[in-house]
Design a protein around this ligand. Structure first.
Ligand SMILES: Nc1ncnc2c1ncn2[C@@H]1O[C@H](COP(=O)(O)OP(=O)(O)OP(=O)(O)O)[C@@H](O)[C@H]1O
Length: 598
């Protein structure tokens, strides 16, 4: 329960919804209780009038009495209707304040969690799976919302109604009051337990459902592979098995639900029987009137739902507390990478690695060992090396996605940890190895980093990344949707759109992480030539596997097993006759082979 205390700040924030809400609960309940007394009076009136009516048997007056009796009954009927309307009106106000408050809090909480997500560093995302992260913002927040809205509303409602109804019952007859409410605690306890079973089974169903949807989603995404390997029949069998599992769980839930309602009705029925029996005895003793029995039956009908909701609300609060605990645990996680200052900072782009070693925090893999190099504005620094040798890790550290384990990364001579992170990242254009484009238009993907969509700048970026001609050939040009709902670009086109996105922001530092691999050598040359023009005086870091991509770089770093094993210009490295030279010879041979075959 103490976890839910976190939400008290929201109650304070929305106090002008909560306080009137509570007031409306009280008023609506008063209008819920009053009809019982009107019905009692009406009942007693019926009894009296019937006796008076019989007294006048044979007299002319009997018709008159009948008329008076009829119109007074109508009056009572109208009164009960009026009270019901008033009650309905205040119930509406109650929901409009308390339930709306819960929706506002849900919105605030979702935003708070999302903002926190964005502040957390990459390492956090490696530690948690996407499904779990999504659950916090959707499932967990929804459960907490159930406590904030229905949970609070029904609790206040039950308490107020209980106090009012029990007070009224006790003033009429203590014995009847005690007997009437006797089955109610049993009802609440049963509902609590049954509800827990229902929740448990519902969760199992939910698990089955998500497993079924991930299964379907994965198979749809991999439909090309599935068809080419002719696995349709076996996948269908797996789907049937998953689906059957879901069906069995759903049926077990339906069984409990089927038992639930008859059981409730039975208990309510028993309470009614008790009221009529004990009430009848009390009427015979002359302690109460028959109208009181009717009055008690109305009280009981008013109390039934709140008592039932008590069991429901208890398990609802338990679930909300568990969800809020998970949310709190996550909100208390501090981002590992934070900007040390908000002061605006201009970045020139001089990068220096000084004896940098790096171990990935979650896996313990040592990706860099004592790496030192500089990349100055106006320079193109290339990194080449075997897969897994630590090239992308250097890009990660330049972007300060992680902090170094040992040594330091300097930006314009200062430790990167002291640089305004937002300003710095604004100045870095990064093209990742794995292209990621949003399901949006091409123009919006290129203009991703800009606050306003500047079409001439977008088109220029597309020209510089040699993808302009491909885009304008599409029916909707730059407004073509890509991704799930749109067209599929080729691997090389995607890479070039991703490059356009990076250069559209005119960065001071540009990092290409092996992003020319799916581009033919002629286009690659065109892009590199354009880069030479637009990145003039700025820092370029290019990670590549092909020597043809990097041979004109000012400096080439050859990586192996997390270390820089060779460093220099293309000519220097060839003269060294080491690893770079071997790689060059090998690639030269590979290029010559197809020519020989021609
Ligand atoms: N996020 C990560 N968490 C843990 N270990 C990682 C992570 N990223 C990379 N590694 C590990 O660090 C080492 C260096 O990886 P890195 O991606 O820097 O290599 P690379 O030279 O860029 O390889 P490639 O040319 O295949 O892209 C590898 O052993 C890899 O398994």
């Amino acid at each position: 329960m103490k976890d839910l205390a976190y939400l008290n700040k929201f109650f304070y924030k929305y106090r002008w919804r909560l306080i009137p809400g509570v007031l409306f609960v009280v008023i609506s309940n008063i209008f819920g209780i009053l009809p019982a007394q009107v019905i009692r009076v009406a009942f007693d009136l019926v009894e009296e009038n019937i006796s008076v009516y019989h007294l006048f048997t044979g007299f002319n007056r009997q018709g008159l009495i009948y008329d008076i009796f009829g119109s007074s009954l109508l009056l009572f009927g109208i009164l009960v209707l009026l009270l019901a309307i008033l009650r309905g009106l205040f119930l509406f106000f109650m929901r409009q304040t308390i339930i709306l408050m819960s929706r506002h809090i849900e919105y605030d909480l979702k935003n708070e969690i999302y903002e926190h997500y964005q502040a957390l560093s990459l390492a956090f995302y490696r530690r948690h799976n996407t499904g779990d992260l999504m659950n916090r913002v959707t499932e967990d927040v929804s459960r907490v919302r159930m406590y904030l809205g229905p949970g609070i509303m029904y609790t206040i409602n039950t308490v107020v109604l209980f106090v009012l109804a029990i007070y009224c019952m006790l003033t009429v007859n203590v014995r009847l009051a005690v007997f009437s409410v006797l089955p109610l605690p049993l009802l609440a306890v049963i509902i609590y337990y049954v509800n827990n079973i229902i929740n448990f089974r519902s969760e199992k169903i939910q698990e089955r459902l998500s497993s079924l949807s991930s299964f379907v989603q994965e198979n749809f995404s991999g439909i090309r592979i599935m068809k080419s390997y002719v696995r349709e029949a076996s996948v269908r069998k797996k789907f049937e098995a998953e689906s059957n599992d879901y069906k069995l769980h759903s049926m077990s839930l339906a069984r409990v639900q089927a038992l639930f309602y008859p059981m409730m009705l039975l208990l309510v029925g028993i309470s009614n029987v008790i009221i009529i029996y004990v009430g009848g005895v009390e009427v015979m003793k002359g302690n109460i009137t028959p109208g009181n029995i009717a009055e008690f039956i109305v009280y009981l009908s008013q109390l039934t739902f709140p008592v039932m909701s008590l069991g429901w609300v208890t398990s609802l609060i338990q679930r909300a507390a568990a969800s809020q605990k998970r949310i709190n645990q996550f909100l208390s996680q501090q981002p590992e990478i934070i900007s040390p200052t908000d002061a605006p900072q201009k970045v020139e782009g001089a990068i220096a690695f000084k004896n940098v070693s790096f171990i990935y925090p979650d896996t313990g893999i040592q990706a860099l060992k004592n790496v030192s190099f500089t990349a100055l504005p106006g320079e193109m620094v290339a990194i080449i090396g075997r897969t897994g040798s630590g090239k992308s890790t250097i890009a990660n550290l330049i972007l300060r996605m992680y902090d170094t384990t040992q040594g330091e990364v300097l930006v314009d001579g200062s430790n990167i940890k002291s640089v305004n992170l937002v300003d710095y990242r604004h100045q870095v254009g990064y093209v990742p190895q794995e292209v990621f484009l949003f399901s949006d238009t091409i123009a919006n993907n290129i203009a991703f980093s800009a606050d306003v969509k500047d079409m001439p700048a977008i088109e220029q970026a597309a020209r510089d990344s040699a993808v302009y001609n491909n885009i304008i050939k599409l029916e909707n040009g730059f407004e073509t949707l890509i991704g799930e709902r749109g067209i599929t670009l080729s691997g090389g086109q995607k890479q070039r759109v991703s490059i356009a996105r990076a250069i559209a922001k005119h960065p001071q530092i540009l990092i290409f992480d092996d992003c020319l691999s799916a581009v033919d050598t002629r286009t690659e040359e065109e892009i590199l030539n354009n880069l030479g023009r637009i990145m003039h005086g700025k820092t370029n870091i290019i990670i590549a596997h092909r020597i043809s991509t990097i041979k004109n770089a000012d400096k080439i770093l050859v990586m192996d097993n997390g270390e820089i094993i060779e460093q220099g210009t293309h000519t220097d490295l060839l003269n060294l006759q080491g690893t770079y030279f071997e790689l060059y010879e090998k690639q030269l041979l590979e290029e010559e082979e197809p020519q020989k075959l021609d």
